[in-house]
Design a protein around this ligand. Structure first.
Ligand code: FES
Length: 95
């Protein structure tokens, strides 16, 4: 298990999940925010789309590792530029 802390809908949250848990299941199962839907599960249909740092993201295919990567960036730089975000997030192979 891994503790993950992030902000969703303007609210700071923390959950303990397996590191390979897709963001969709963190949102639906752990946070009980069921507005985000499961469709195909393979990043094709868009039913699970959320905004991650302002970018539309298919949450069914995003591992929590990306959340950890984004959280680390925001701790160091609370207002990163788009180029800084892209540079920082490109280090995640699971992306
Ligand atoms: S469930 Fe279809 S894109 Fe995520």
């Amino acid at each position: 298990m891994a503790a993950i802390a992030f902000t969703i809908n303007g609210k700071a949250v923390s959950v303990d999940v397996e590191p390979d848990t897709p963001l969709l299941w963190v949102i639906r199962e752990h946070l009980k925010l069921t507005g985000t839907k499961f469709g195909c599960g393979i990043a094709q249909c868009g039913a699970c789309t959320v905004h991650l740092d302002g970018e539309p993201t298919r949450s069914c295919s995003v591992q929590s590792g990306q959340i950890m990567q984004a959280a680390a960036l925001l701790q160091k730089n609370p207002r990163p530029t788009r180029d800084q975000i892209i540079a920082h997030m490109d280090g995640n192979i699971c992306r």
